[in-house]
Design a protein around this ligand. Sequence first.
Ligand SMILES: Nc1nc2c(c(=O)[nH]1)N[C@H]1C(S)=C(S)[C@@H](COP(=O)(O)O)O[C@H]1N2
Ligand SMILES: [Mo]
Length: 461
Amino acid sequence: MKLLSRGIRLPLAALSGLLAGFAALSVAELVSAAVRPESGPVIAVGGAAIDRTPAALKDWAIRHFGTNDKLFLQLGILTVLALLALVLGVLALRFRRTGAAGVLLFGVVGALAAISRPDSTSAADALPSVIGALAGAGLLYLLIGRLTAPGRDAAGTGVAPQGEASAPPGGWDRRGFVIAASAAAAASAGAGLLGRSLNGSHGQGAVASRAKVVLPRPASAAQPIPAAAVLHTPGISPFVTPNGDFYRVDTALVIPKVDATTWRMKIHGKGIARPLTVTFQDLLGRQLIERDITLTCVSNEVGGPYVGNARWIGVPLADLLKEAGVRPPSRGGPADQLVARSVDGMTIGSPVEDIMDGRDAMLALGMNGEPLPFVHGFPVRMVVPGLYGYVSACKWLQDLELTTFDAYDAYWVKRSWAKKAPIKTESRIDTPKPFARPKAGTVMIAGVAWAQHRGIDRVEV
Ligand SMILES: Nc1nc2c(c(=O)[nH]1)N[C@H]1C(S)=C(S)[C@@H](COP(=O)(O)O)O[C@H]1N2
Ligand SMILES: [Mo]
């Protein structure tokens, strides 16, 4: 009986640690629903981790996990937290206060991460981590208290001495522990589920605003797709990539939901005497262009999937910049870099010269006949033919600033990527697939090639 009692307290202490961690995260989830979904500790720490991930590792994660990279990151964080929670539980069995303080320490880490995110505008972002950690620490203290019920434990330290015959059988408060642990587990699950569902339905205003968007007919329609560009070879990817199949690459753990009715963007900076502010309605009311533009990620491997072609509708960016008084460097303008800022704090810098050289750089409002999907930047994103995504295609736009490449390094440039990155001419064989074993005889080889905005003459295999 005594042996059982002693032997079981260690795993129960570990379990207490887990329950404390679970309670902390669940309470944090619920509080984050009241603050904002991005303020939760896992999202905040995950975001901070993404920002600090070396470029090579980020590339590796994109290549191996693709769009699931963020799921793996969050699962990784949860695994690490679970292991640490187990350790804290065991530690608390001996040092009750220290164990509880350890939980609080994690709260501090989460809080610091939350308030130092680039999109954090309020100290309230610390609340989910802090309140969650208080709940977790309190619970751990309470549960360990049941395991080391004072007066009933011979040693009083919580650990029955080896071979101590006088320790009363069941020298801890079993009933109290079981009741407290089950109540805590149930309450945590309730808080967590409620928080999840509230966070899941955040941004209803944005969803409603997107549903109401009617894209006007473009003043300048896209060229018809040349018949020669549409092959009917089985296995070839279509000329236009459907929105649901379009690749996604970004650093956002929570997809920003921006309400188009309140969206506004300022165009300002070097060489602009009067900053220009535009609303979504302003943009919809302008002369829109419709163009087929290929978007591709610099992290796309040869033959890889991070390239897509969509029919975009948007406002010619050069016109808007001209209206704001911008001149390209070749015509004496003082700014050579346009820095786009997103609501989630991403910064993307593009050469002003490229944007104003006559190519169809645009503020895109529509993608393949519908308003931008949320994952692709609703309500407004940039699209610049011929430039990789990380130097041109800012999603969830919030601000455009004219500056110089000398004066400012954007997000990926700070992480040692090139300041300028024109898309290289590339091709991909879609069929036969890698490692396919086609039957003997004639084998059709087909695929896609892109060289925006120069065009492809022919591809040789
Ligand atoms: N706000 C924001 N915009 C962003 C990014 C990002 O991380 N955040 N990633 C860029 C990169 S690296 C690429 S390749 C394209 C991908 O656009 P897509 O996800 O719509 O395909 O978006 C660009 N715009
Ligand atoms: Mo990218």
